[in-house]
Design a protein around this ligand. Structure first.
Ligand code: PEP
Ligand code: MN
Length: 335
């Protein structure tokens, strides 16, 4: 359950007192802030907790019982949903955010061209990896700091928000200096120390679903970030591994309405890594929009045939613009 002490009465000492009191009854507590509000997350329900907290009832503003294993991520915490807003990039609250760009930052001209073209095609955020999680240690690993500087330059020139991946706690801190959103990739979705670092940051985190994670596990990963006091989390469904091997991953489209019911966090869908092929990307995007996604993350390359990474699944800027226009029409039709 969630215990919200009155903000003016909640000191660290008060939280420590409550924590110690509940610990005597084997109830574990975690004290943090959710948005501006102090909150104590207890691992039991109000029926067990409230009698113990009787002496403090004047100091407690509100309590919320949550049935799910995740608590701060639960829809009950913010029924109207969380909205993430960076310049023109808005996800959640009925807004649709489109993140687009190459898999990898290769050169300055590649990124600047991609940025201009995806902006024209309807994107409000630019993606591009500087630290790349490659299956082979011999594959191109990304331009690292030099890549972050290119991304920052593209943001300055176009006004687009930027999203880029970090794979270690040190990289999270570095990326936060150059980009607007830190991406945690599918391979690190359950790297709990890394998620704790994201929780300490005050920058939006785009958390991809682990390709073998259940939705509960996905939301528990988000919970690690929220528990640290960072409530700016964007979920990203990017496909899971199944027995199907015609398609790179399987995009579980039902995850979209399911997550919208379960959590207040905004959700974007990545059709590119799910499909693994550019020709499938528009159909998956349309399905995601129709299912109620708050946005898309799409790989777009000015010259997909010569891309250093994921060219096969990258749209050309022209294909991207045609697709986003159709997405817009689908959204309008469903409103
Ligand atoms: C990416 O977005 O470039 C990426 C590597 O994605 P994922 O972690 O979903 O494979
Ligand atoms: Mn990629």
């Amino acid at each position: 359950m969630l215990i919200y002490p009155a903000a003016d009465k909640c000191t660290d000492k008060f939280a420590a007192e409550i924590t110690a009191l509940l610990a005597r009854s084997d109830i574990r507590c975690h004290y943090t802030r959710f948005g501006e509000r102090p909150v104590i997350v207890a691992d039991d329900k109000s029926a067990a907790v409230l009698p113990i907290l009787q002496p403090y009832r004047e100091t407690i503003e509100e309590t919320v019982d949550v049935d799910e294993p995740y608590q701060l991520a639960s829809k009950r915490v913010r029924p109207n949903g969380t909205v993430i807003h960076i310049r023109d990039f808005i996800v959640g609250g009925g807004h649709f955010g489109i993140i687009a760009g190459p898999c990898t930052i290769e050169t300055e001209s590649q990124v600047l061209t991609a940025a201009e073209l995806v902006k024209k095609g309807g994107a409000t955020a630019l993606r591009g990896g500087a630290f790349k999680p490659r299956t082979s240690p011999y594959a191109f690993q990304g331009l690292k700091l030099a890549g972050l500087k290119i991304l920052q330059k593209a943001a300055k020139e176009t006004g687009l928000a930027t999203v880029t991946e970090a794979m270690s706690s040190e990289e999270v801190k570095l990326v936060a200096e150059y980009a607007d959103v830190v991406q945690i990739g599918t391979r690190n979705a359950q790297n709990y120390r890394l998620l704790e670092t994201c929780g300490e940051m005050r920058i939006p985190i785009l958390l991809k679903r682990g390709y073998s994670c259940s939705l509960d596990e996905f939301l528990m990963s988000a919970e690690y970030i929220l528990a640290g006091g960072n409530d700016q989390v964007i979920l990203c469904e990017r496909g899971i591994r199944t027995f199907e091997n015609y398609i790179r991953y399987t995009l579980p489209i039902a995850a979209v309405p399911m997550l919208k019911t379960a959590t207040h966090l905004p959700l974007v869908v990545d059709p590119s890594h799910a499909a693994g092929r550019a020709d499938l990307v528009p159909s998956l995007s349309f399905a995601a929009v129709a299912a109620g996604s708050d946005g898309l993350l799409v790989e777009v390359h000015p010259d997909p045939k010569h891309a250093l990474c994921d060219g096969r699944q990258s749209l050309t800027p022209e294909e991207f613009a045609v697709m986003t226009e159709k997405c817009r029409k689908i959204r309008t039709a469903l409103q």
